[in-house]
Design a protein. Structure first.
Length: 391
């Protein structure tokens, strides 16, 4: 006899409501990705699955615009991409300079510190960007081994221009590490041309796959740093020296017999998402996100909302919208979800209670989605103001 019986809830078959996910992520999956999720299970060393991994590698090289051989997906969400980058590059005492303009810069500081780095930072308010002069002064002052920048800071709705930073990093003998979780596929990014040494992203944003696979790429200078480490990488699971053997990064080496069991269906979905991106073309995807974001911003202006970031550095994938005085933002978000099955999100960190965040990513970036959201926002804003006037 068992000691404990199953709960009533675990005996109920799973039923999930259909919602339009227009927050900062995750996003709705495309029909092709959902179909990939229903494919049969394979073993993580079956030749057919290894072909999927090879396709992912090629698709990520296109998405990142790189020829780096060490271009793979680690088994976890975009956050694990950040962990993988830092724990492979950082040894105790290494100096890291972080550009902080929102939550993800702050998070990068903590992750680097946990890896044993001495962390310095340059700080701007959310919605602001760094100039090359500011970055060069920071590199000259701190002389870090790594410079971190977030390309698409989704907490403040701003994209950080990166051109020229890679050249500065070479001049000051620093590695250039970039977060593209909220930007990859939505705005231009050129890993090789911009001299980025390490970049990571996530599967659940513009790519429209489910969370669970984090794209990452290491360039030659980063691989040299990895090869010259004096200590082992802190994490066995994220050790690129081992993962590159599973992904057969070096063609002359045999594939490792076992490292970990990859998330089979997450990799199916990522492969299909990358196929869709390649089929659409990066330039078309960038143009689509820019144009649909502009439609959203115009519509929000008509409804009396203001944006946090200046238009010239506004992130097209995740927009940060100032909450008008007197508007109950929690009620607005609740009404959108309960009456329209639409998700948008509030702010994080210092911006909590000050902004709303709206995501238009991948298949959700369309004129039809913009119009649907604007109509729902107009109704819910009016209802919120009416309810508040009767309080």
């Amino acid at each position: 006899m068992v000691d404990y019986k199953p709960s009533a809830s675990i005996l109920r078959p799973l039923q999930v409501p259909r919602r339009r996910l227009l927050g900062p992520g995750p996003t709705d999956c495309s029909p092709y990705v959902l179909r990939a999720a229903s494919q049969p299970m394979l073993g993580h060393l079956h030749p057919e699955f290894l072909e999927v991994m090879d396709d992912i590698k090629a698709g990520l090289q296109y998405a990142f615009q790189t020829t780096n051989e060490l271009t793979i997906a680690v088994s976890g969400t975009g956050h694990l991409g950040m962990e993988a980058a830092f724990c492979n590059l950082v040894e105790a005492g290494d100096r890291v300079l972080v550009l902080v303009q929102g939550l993800w810069g702050e998070r990068a500081k903590e992750v680097a510190e946990r890896c044993g780095a001495v962390v310095d930072s340059l700080i701007h308010s959310p919605g602001e960007i760094f100039t090359l002069d500011e970055v060069e002064r920071g590199l000259e002052k701190f002389r870090p081994s790594i410079l971190f920048a977030c390309h698409g800071e989704s907490s403040g709705g701003v994209f950080q221009p990166l051109e020229g930073m890679g050249e500065l990093c070479r001049r000051y003998d620093s590695l250039f590490l970039v977060d593209t979780v909220a930007s990859l596929g939505g705005i231009p990014f050129f890993m090789d041309k911009w001299m980025v040494d390490v970049v990571y992203s996530g599967s659940q944003k513009v790519l429209n796959a489910t969370p669970g696979a984090a794209p990452i790429s290491f360039g030659p200078r980063a691989r040299n740093k990895l090869a010259s480490r004096k200590t082992k990488v802190q994490s066995y699971y994220l050790d690129m020296n081992l993962l590159m053997k599973y992904w057969k990064v070096n063609p002359e080496e045999s594939r490792i017999s076992y490292h970990h069991t990859a998330p089979i269906h997450a990799f199916y979905e990522l492969k299909e998402a990358l196929r869709e991106l390649a089929e659409e073309g990066l330039e078309n995807s960038w143009k689509k996100h820019r144009e649909n974001a502009a439609l959203l911003w115009e519509g929000l202006d008509r409804l009396g909302f203001q944006m946090l970031a200046p238009e010239n550095v506004r992130l097209p994938t995740v927009s940060s919208v100032k909450i008008p005085d007197g508007l109950d933002w929690k009620k607005l978000i609740s009404l959108l979800m309960n009456k329209h099955s639409i998700e948008i999100s509030g702010g994080l960190g210092s911006l909590a209670g000050k902004i709303l965040r709206i995501g238009l990513m991948g298949c959700n970036s369309s004129p039809e989605t913009v119009q649907l959201l604007l109509k729902a926002l107009e109704e819910t804003k009016r209802e919120c103001m009416t309810l508040q006037s009767h309080v």
